[in-house]
Ligand binder design. Structure first.
Ligand SMILES: [Zn+2]
Length: 687
């Protein structure tokens, strides 16, 4: 065993360079990380020591070729830490995190390396570069500059200090939030107060109480957004009020888990760092390296949506108010009862059932996993792009439940591997995601391996896996990311597939969701698992009819959070804010999103995306991508939908380009013009 070679030290000899999962042992990781970092630093040192003038070949391309051992081990290690984690891996990750951060800084903040990149950048007009290489130079220059590579030594020292303090503060924010969320879990003494919940939910609440030493009682744990899913079903109005109030009081109660001071400190330090790097505020610093480019562009887009969203939410509120009064008219003089935030979800469900008769549970028997995958997701991709899928039972991934598919182009040429790992397990983190194990690049002559992870509950042995409406949507969505990875045709590995701006990356995956309910696709896969009957058309019609229902609320609570995130990060370093609640109230009022019945999806003191989750000044991204998504769905629909010609155009002009050029230029090339916001307004009923 001690003599077995470390599989990370050389490229895999398996088909498509599939990592040899069966040979990888725990003891291979640490030495491969160490060797990988040492090797890459030596490669960078050789670039800097190069005696002649810097050239694209001896600097940029040498950088693109560097660090391959580190890349191999890191890709597998971090993929597994999400999908099949071990205690060993968790401990190693904690140990490695600061080392990897220091390794990245040692390269990005090296003055000699930055000097070479900057020299090339200043001469870019004389270098006669092809478009992708010209873009490579621009990206290196921008990324290193924004990281602070061009600062003086004294300023770099200040920057490192700010980064370190910010990382401590954001970690503390996250820890406080977790502790306060646990502390505020709702304890219920009488099971009658849980009326409306299902038997499984009630026994989970009893189990949660037992775990806390409260046997005989019931505990409802809080979830991260303001709204808790149980608010839609709890019939006891007082319990709903207590649940929402607890959710909203996270981080703002005083005491050791109060996050208000951290919100103020984090935003102030971010503003200082932005000033050090030459930007007026943190939002300007962040958006400079997104497709949005400026906070003003973000503000303009959000501002266009907010008034109509708030107006629609008020219309919805009136309907819910009537339903509430009709419901409670026996007990109290009904006209005295005002709809509150904790009533919203509950009466929304009542009105939805009464108006549209939509029960998404009735769809489940028509969504059997294998049919959805093969006759739905793969079928749509074959119709659009001509690609075909063959399961490779001879190839093994990281877990016996992960299935490996080989993907071919219409002409028979190899495209890559698609690995699908759909079931939930204790070693897998929550949610659904795509990642790439190997990214296509003609420079390195690498193939493509992409993966999708879902968290479907495993059915009892012998029973089919039936998906919910949302789970089918998620599978189409994640497969959209997978296609983005598979179709990459770039020179440089850093540009392949989903390596695009954060406010652009969700666009192709959102577009792929459109095929889920496309008649030709739906008819092909949505069949009853027992009877093989197609899904009744009236079920589909009701889904379509209710598509803008409650969108005023959903859009308003999202926009409120996005605007709050922007407001905190448009403070400059000289402005002192002292009162979190007052700042928040003023920001929401300025946007007309201060309706107390429609609270923001996250308030500042529990806004993890913004204060610890890497979406600082970036929470707008979701709706920003959706503008492109809705405009693209309109294009497909206007041009005949599911055709090879449409698929080829989207693939060649957009998906295949990845991050190898200006993404909005790729969009214009595909669409023939800039994106139009109107389809998004239509979709969300915001006209
Ligand atoms: Zn996504």
């Amino acid at each position: 065993m001690a003599d077995s070679p470390n599989p990370f030290l050389s490229p895999s000899t398996l088909p498509y360079q599939l990592p040899p999962f069966a040979e990888i042992r725990q003891e291979h990781y640490r030495p491969a990380f160490e060797t990988g970092m040492i090797e890459q630093l030596a490669e960078v040192a050789a670039i800097i020591a190069e005696p002649g003038e810097p050239t694209v070949e001896n600097t940029l391309i040498a950088l693109e070729r560097s660090g391959q051992v580190l890349q191999r081990v890191a890709t597998v290690f971090f993929a597994l830490s999400s999908t099949d984690s071990t205690e060993f891996g968790t401990l190693l990750e904690e140990e490695l995190a600061p080392q990897l951060a220091a390794h990245a800084d040692a390269i990005r903040l090296d003055p000699a390396l930055y000097g070479r990149i900057n020299t090339l950048y200043q001469r870019r007009d004389q270098l006669q570069l092809d478009p992708e290489t010209a873009y490579l130079l621009e990206r290196y220059h921008t990324e290193y500059t924004l990281a602070g590579a061009g600062l003086s030594d004294a300023d770099k020292h200040t920057l490192r200090d700010l980064n370190m303090r910010l990382s401590t503060l954001t970690t503390r924010f996250e820890k406080n939030l977790l502790a306060d969320t646990n502390d505020l879990a709702l304890v219920i003494a009488d099971v009658a107060e849980l009326t409306g919940l299902g038997a499984g939910e009630i026994s989970a609440a009893a189990e949660a109480a037992r775990e806390r030493g409260l046997a005989g009682k019931y505990v409802i744990s809080l979830v991260l957004p303001t709204s808790h899913p149980y608010l839609a079903s709890l019939t006891d109005r007082n319990v709903r009020e207590r649940l929402l109030t607890a959710s909203r009081s996270r981080g703002i109660r005083g005491g050791e888990y109060d996050n208000r001071g951290l919100v103020l400190d984090i935003t102030r330090l971010r503003a200082e760092r932005a000033r050090l790097l030459g930007f007026v505020n943190h939002a300007a610093y962040v958006t400079a390296d997104e497709t949005a480019k400026t906070p003003e562009a973000v503000a303009e887009m959000l501002g266009r949506l907010a008034p109509a969203a708030a107006r629609n939410a008020r219309t919805e509120q009136n309907a819910l108010q009537r339903a509430l009064r009709a419901d409670l008219s026996d007990s109290t003089p009904a006209t005295d009862i005002e709809l509150a935030a904790w009533d919203w979800a509950f009466y929304t469900e009542k009105v939805r059932q009464a108006t549209f008769d939509v029960d998404t549970n009735a769809m489940k028997p028509y969504f059997e996993l294998d049919r959805v995958l093969t006759d739905g997701v793969f079928f749509a991709a074959t119709r659009l792009y001509g690609i075909t899928f063959t399961e490779r039972f001879d190839l093994t991934a990281w877990h016996q439940e992960a299935r490996v598919f080989e993907v071919h182009n219409e002409d028979g040429s190899e495209l890559g591997l698609y690995i699908a790992d759909f079931y939930t397990r204790d070693s897998k983190r929550g949610g659904a995601w795509m990642n790439a194990l190997i990214s296509q690049s003609t420079l390195l002559d690498t193939p493509t391996i992409v993966t999708n992870n879902l968290n479907l509950p495993k059915p009892a042995a012998g029973s089919p896996t039936l998906l919910s409406f949302d789970e089918v949507t998620t599978l189409f969505h994640e497969f959209g990311h997978a296609l983005h990875g598979l179709f990459a045709r770039v020179t440089y590995p850093r540009f392949a597939g989903t390596n695009v701006y954060r406010d652009f990356v969700e666009f192709p995956s959102q577009v792929n969701e459109m095929w889920m309910l496309w008649p030709e696709v739906l008819q092909n896969y949505a069949r009853h698992h027992d009877t093989n009957e197609p899904m009744p058309q009236e079920l589909v019609d009701r889904i379509h009819a209710s598509s803008t229902f409650n969108e005023g609320f959903a859009t308003s609570e999202y926009l409120a959070a996005a605007l709050l995130d922007q407001a905190w990060h448009r403070i400059d370093a000289d402005t002192e804010v002292t009162d979190v609640a007052a700042f928040e109230t003023a920001a929401l009022a300025a946007a007309g999103l201060d309706n107390p019945v429609v609270p923001t999806r996250y308030a500042s003191t529990y806004f993890a995306h913004t204060f610890s989750g890497g979406y600082d000044a970036g929470y707008y991204s979701y709706i920003w991508s959706e503008v492109l998504d809705a405009d693209t769905v309109a294009w497909f629909t206007e041009n005949g939908g599911l055709t090879r010609a449409n698929g080829d155009r989207f693939r060649a002009r957009l998906l295949g380009v990845g991050g190898s050029g200006d993404p909005l230029a790729a969009y214009r090339s595909f669409r023939g013009r800039d994106a139009d916001i109107q389809p998004l307004l239509d979709r969300r009923g915001l006209n």
